[in-house]
Ligand binder design. Structure first.
Ligand SMILES: [Fe+2]
Length: 410
């Protein structure tokens, strides 16, 4: 007997309309675009456009689709990015959106789609103002050509936007923004440097683990999450060590897609709740923030969902079928730590972070704790933390993983 809620409750499972997978998948972008219209807004960061822009524009051109190009997307895309790209979309009478890149490009494209189909400014659609599913009309067709292996945004109903006027990020969640086509071509991820292979891979692992243990999880996202963890555990270290290994790149790419499908149909939880404020304080990439936090949250939470964490430990190779459940659950954090060590995650702090002194860090713990609580994500955790427990977790993270002489950095 499988444990499922579906016999007495219905769920909406969201998914991209079509998924093109494999080496050469990018070649399909023109034909897909031509099904939807004749003028496409192409959204990318400048750097990604330099790598892959010609490939996409040539395929669109060959299919008779004109490309209008916006390449000012920032790593954490802003309200201004979305407004400027939307302006270009309207001025050129575009009828579809093609994003090229990872989460930043995809989220900008989703934002353009929201403004193209709805009245109001992008800030109005944040979950803090409009609630979940607060985007009334479906976006125009959106094709996401993915070039990273992490956010899974090509499969999700989430948009994360930076509001520079308040130095905060806000979240939009609606099934009306899920892309129509997701293009997953592992050859496009070969250009991803080792640092970002580690960050995006650990972000994807975090999505899978958080979706799996979330109080909102059920059979369908559980299946995606288990497969995602398996693929990431076996192939992320290989893809990190040898970025040209296409088999490993492809396995991680499918894993991060499944992780996206898992969390958009369940939710993220305490790790993402803690990671947004920590990332904002330390100015570190999202996946690095997740990887710094993940082992401690797994350790904190495992007693509340021992069977789930025991399965995580088995998938990560630190327990087997004969290990008793509680013993296996207790080992899960070690499995996560090992995977982070395999890709030298904390080794990137010197180049990608600004670690404050312990006193300076402790002086912002209260503020980070409040932000984490306000995000709502901790409520999805199997063990609901108190305010003091969140503050304690932040302190542990500093002493164990952030301080220059801490155990994880020496
Ligand atoms: Fe994430």
């Amino acid at each position: 007997m499988h444990d499922t809620v579906l016999s007495n409750e219905t769920r909406t499972v969201v998914s991209p309309g079509r998924i093109e997978l494999g080496v050469g998948a990018v070649d399909t972008v023109g034909d897909h675009a031509a099904r939807y219209g004749d003028t496409a807004l192409v959204v990318a960061t400048e750097q990604i456009f330099e790598f892959h822009g010609d490939t996409v524009v040539d395929r669109l051109d060959a299919a008779g689709v004109e490309a209008v190009v916006y390449t000012d997307v920032r790593p954490d895309p802003t309200v201004e990015n979305i407004e400027a790209a939307h302006d270009l979309y309207e001025r050129n009478d575009c009828d579809l959106i093609v994003t090229l890149g990872g989460g930043s490009s995809i989220d900008t494209g989703k934002g353009v789609g929201i403004l193209a189909a709805n009245d109001g400014s992008i800030r109005d659609f944040g979950v803090d103002r409009a609630g979940y599913e607060g985007v009334p009309n479906p976006s125009p067709p959106l094709i996401a050509v993915n070039t990273t292996a992490g956010t899974g945004s090509e499969a999700t109903r989430s948009v994360v936007v930076s509001d520079e006027s308040t130095s905060t990020k806000f979240l939009i969640v609606s099934a009306n923004v899920v892309p129509d086509v997701a293009i997953e071509d592992p050859e496009l991820t070969v250009s991803l440097p080792k640092s970002h292979t580690a960050f995006t891979g650990i972000d994807a692992l975090t999505h899978a683990i958080e979706a799996y243990v979330s109080v909102k999880s059920y059979s369908v996202p559980d299946g995606y999450a288990e497969q995602a963890m398996e693929r990431i555990a076996r192939s992320l270290p290989v893809a990190w060590a040898n970025g040209d290994n296409l088999d490993a790149r492809a396995d991680v790419m499918v894993g991060q897609l499944q992780a996206g499908q898992a969390f958009t149909n369940a939710s993220v939880a305490l790790v993402h709740g803690l990671a947004r404020p920590l990332g904002a304080q330390l100015h570190i990439p999202h996946g690095l923030a997740n990887g710094l936090i993940l082992p401690y949250v797994v350790d904190f939470s495992s007693m509340a969902a021992p069977e789930k964490y025991a399965e995580i430990a088995r998938i990560l190779g630190v327990a087997d079928a004969h290990t008793p459940t509680r013993e296996a659950a207790d080992a899960a954090a070690e499995g996560v730590l090992r995977l982070c060590r395999d890709v030298d995650l904390t080794g990137y702090l010197d180049d990608f972070g600004e670690v404050p002194s312990r006193d300076d860090y402790l002086s912002v713990v209260d503020e980070m704790t409040q932000d984490a609580i306000d995000s709502g994500s901790p409520d999805n955790n199997p063990r609901k933390p108190t305010r003091d427990e969140i503050a304690d977790l932040y302190t542990t993270i500093y002493d164990d993983a952030l301080a220059p002489d801490s155990p994880r950095r020496s």
